[in-house]
Write a protein that binds this ligand. Structure first.
Ligand code: MLC
Ligand code: 5AD
Length: 708
């Protein structure tokens, strides 16, 4: 796919496009461009719904209660990576990640603690869960039942959007075919038994975080929405009866006008799509959305600037008419939110809502020549992308070939090039490795992050979860659990709706991991194809650095060989893939171990290939555990570099451990290339005896150092 991004918010606008005149007065009416409801926030403010979760259910429950007391109006659960991937906390692949990026939920016992003292008939709960959606929905339903809340009263949303997992977020478990049936099971079950519950949150957020422009985010989200509707229809589900509870989730980034236009365009596209599927009721054609400000727009350097960014993004979300909003914390690029940063993020919404008057007017940008043109352009762009997708076989086949992932990655590369060339300026994002002012700046972020950074007590969480599981298995009736799991397996074989079977198993205290394992006995875990696009960074790289790599490779008489690996359960691979493209540009041979690789995979790969350097990418906070394991078993002479979200105050620790370099988002590609060159030339020079080589590499090193 090769459609270029829109440049639509520049220039002079003198009239409203003809096509948009028809929806000028349509707030609260089909096609809802001007807003989902007639009176919008005057009647009901957007829901303040901060996404949160860490360590055990007990800790997260206390956090939820505090947030509600401080003015939050809805809940949103972040689960840890093992839960997302259907591994119980005591599973060997789970150990490093338990409770780190979300709360660990192994069984309904944890879910009961998570909502202890929170009345589920009053507070709506969003659960970001996709891969392990069946057991997590079941835990929620059973916990609510044991709290005395009937199913029909439950309000909230389950993300249940598996397509975007394959495309961008990576917490899928089974194959697309099997998983789409699971999505449909949940949607059909909710329509039948939980009429107030939103059964899917069709998400674009992760596309923008992975590199897509706002308009591409919307176009892909709508293409996925169409794919779901088609699938539901094929499964015999009546679209009219489920449409009202299909909700959406978008990112709001820094492209202010475009983001507002995107949210307006979304509503028209959805209403149009449902019409195409024959939906009659106008209320079902109303697109309802949650928005989250953009994590990837925030910087590790000068973290307080992030408060400004988040405020601007939140304003775009509100101007665009969101129903529910998460505002990110200013320490996002360093760690999970500290208490102070969470409070500022929550208060940002309260200030907007209570102090500014912004929410007094419905669709305040409506009628602006610029905004109407932008809205129309985005609608046209989404149609164009849909046509391309159709011509190439549709979403499902492009998901399976990895083409959509690669298309987004191409945009990520373009963004990286724009930043490198300073065509896109982000204030205070980059720190130059070598300058003294950046050294001082680094010290100040180190001090900041040491003082404020939230630390996760991962060992304690792991040991508490493991003990809790052992107690559960002693207390429950293991025979009935096994019978329920066997019945679940049979139901999966017979393609029955799996929800009632999982609910029975969970009620009997089967664990999340056991339910997923029962399904995995029928349907193996899936791994998706990896296609990494190449964009040339060469124009943006320092010529001397590129030459230096060339010479190094000439001297050793072969191409340099690198391994880039995503280790653990974290699915964020945007950065790792940009690095693969950078290395390719430096004429280095790269092997890439994709998401979910283990330290064992890395060691085995190195035994086969003897890499000149291994790069690890970790964004989950589990880096210390992976690095220690690797250094204990890896060849001593193989350089190891680390990239991802690595708090600057940990860098000394990694230096002591003998990690050769640590890279984060504050480093430019040129910085990274130069630092890698230094690591390699130092290591390889010991093996090289040619005097000409030694002389040359010293010369280049000096020249490169002088040039910065
Ligand atoms: C609202 N209502 C109104 C109204 N505003 N009625 C009349 N006039 C108005 N102005 C009514 C609604 O119709 C509804 O009633 C009720 O009030 C609640 O309003 P809502 O608009 O449905 O709000 P809410 O309950 O908050 O639901 C918002 C939502 C939902 C539909 C977008 O899906 C949601 O909350 N999503 C959150 C998703 C989320 O938090 N995701 C986090 C992802 S983080 P009725 O009767 O119609 O129900 C992530 C990160 C990662 O993914 O990668 O890990
Ligand atoms: N708690 C709070 N916020 C989180 N995010 C991710 N995990 C958590 C969590 N456990 C936020 C970050 C990230 C986005 C996807 O969600 O802002 O960028």
């Amino acid at each position: 796919m090769n459609i270029s991004p829109l440049k639509l918010i520049k220039g002079v606008y003198v009239s409203v496009p003809e096509t948009s005149k028809k929806w000028r007065h349509s707030h609260g009416e089909v096609p809802f461009v001007r807003g989902a409801y007639r009176e919008m926030y005057q009647r009901k403010p957007w829901t303040i719904r901060q996404y949160a979760g860490f360590e055990t259910a007990l800790e997260t429950n206390a956090f939820f209660k505090r947030s509600l007391a401080e003015g939050q109006t809805g809940l949103s659960v972040a689960f840890d990576l093992p839960t997302h991937l259907g591994f119980d906390s005591d599973h060997e692949l789970a150990q490093a990640d338990v409770g780190r990026t979300g709360v660990a939920i192994d069984s309904v016992e944890d879910m009961l603690v998570l909502f202890d003292g929170i009345d589920l008939s009053k507070v709506s709960v969003s659960m970001t869960m996709n891969g392990a959606v069946l057991p997590i929905m079941a835990c929620f339903i059973v916990a609510a039942g044991e709290q005395g809340v009937p199913l029909e009263q439950l309000t909230g949303t389950i993300q249940n959007d598996i397509l975007k997992e394959y495309i961008a977020r990576n917490t899928y478990i089974h194959s697309p075919d099997f998983s789409l049936d699971v999505v449909a099971d949940v949607v059909a079950y909710c329509a039948d038994k939980m009429p107030r519950f939103n059964s899917i949150s069709i998400s674009g957020y992760h596309f923008q975080e992975a590199g897509a422009t706002p308009e591409l985010e919307l176009a892909l989200t709508m293409a996925n929405a169409r794919a779901y509707l088609t699938h539901f229809q094929q499964r015999g589900i009546d679209i009219e009866s489920v449409a009202k509870r299909l909700s959406f989730f978008f990112c709001v980034g820094m492209d202010f006008y475009k983001e507002i236009a995107k949210l307006r365009a979304a509503r028209l596209l959805w209403s149009e799509l449902l019409e195409e599927f024959g939906v009659q009721a106008s209320s079902a054609k109303r697109l309802k959305m949650h928005c989250q400000t953009s994590g990837s727009s925030l910087t590790e350097m000068s973290p307080l600037n992030n408060i400004v960014r988040t405020t601007i993004e939140a304003m775009a979300g509100v101007f665009g008419g969101t129903q529910s909003l998460h505002t990110n914390s200013y320490d996002e690029a360093v760690s999970l939110p500290s208490d102070q940063a969470s409070k500022v993020a929550l208060d940002t919404q309260l200030v907007l809502l209570n102090e500014t008057g912004i929410s007094d007017v419905v669709d305040p940008w409506g009628g602006s020549y610029m905004m109407e043109t932008a809205t129309q352009n985005i609608i046209d762009y989404a149609h164009q992308i849909q046509q391309e997708i159709d011509e190439q076989g549709g979403v499902r086949s492009l998901v399976e070939t990895g083409e959509l992932t690669a298309f987004i990655h191409q945009h990520a590369l373009q963004a990286a090039i724009a930043e490198e060339n300073q065509d896109k300026i982000i204030i205070g994002k980059k720190s130059d490795l070598a300058t003294s002012s950046s050294a001082t700046q680094n010290e100040s972020i180190a001090a900041f992050s040491k003082k404020e950074k939230k630390t996760i007590n991962a060992e304690k969480t792991l040991s508490q979860q493991t003990q809790k599981m052992a107690r559960l298995k002693l207390k429950r009736n293991n025979q009935s659990v096994q019978k329920a799991l066997d019945e679940l397996k049979t139901a999966a074989c017979n393609k029955q709706n799996l929800m009632p079977f999982v609910i029975t198993a969970i009620r009997l205290r089967a664990t999340v991991g056991e339910c997923i394992q029962a399904l995995t006995d029928e349907q193996a875990r899936y791994s998706k194809p990896e296609t990494i696009k190449q964009a040339s960074f060469k124009q943006s790289l320092d010529v001397k650095t590129v030459e230096a790599f060339q010479i190094l490779s000439d001297q050793i008489g072969r191409k340099l060989r690198f391994l880039v690996a995503k280790v653990g359960l974290d699915g964020h691979d945007r950065g790792a893939k940009v690095i693969v493209s950078l290395l390719n540009d430096l004429e280095i041979e790269v092997d890439y171990l994709p998401v979910f690789s283990t330290t064992d995979d890395i060691i085995k790969a190195d035994l086969r290939q003897h890499y000149d350097c291994i790069g690890l990418s970790v964004l989950s906070g589990a880096q210390q555990s992976f690095v220690s394991t690797l250094l204990a078993s890896l060849r001593g002479d193989c350089p190891l570099v680390l990239g991802g979200v690595i708090p600057i105050d940990e860098e000394n620790l990694f230096e002591q451990l003998n990690v050769d370099c640590v890279f984060t988002a504050r480093h430019s590609l040129n910085d990274i290339a130069l630092a890698l060159y230094r690591v390699l030339s130092t290591r390889l020079s010991d093996d090289l005896t040619l005097p000409s080589f030694r002389a040359h590499y010293k010369e280049v090193q000096n020249e490169v150092s002088e040039s910065i």
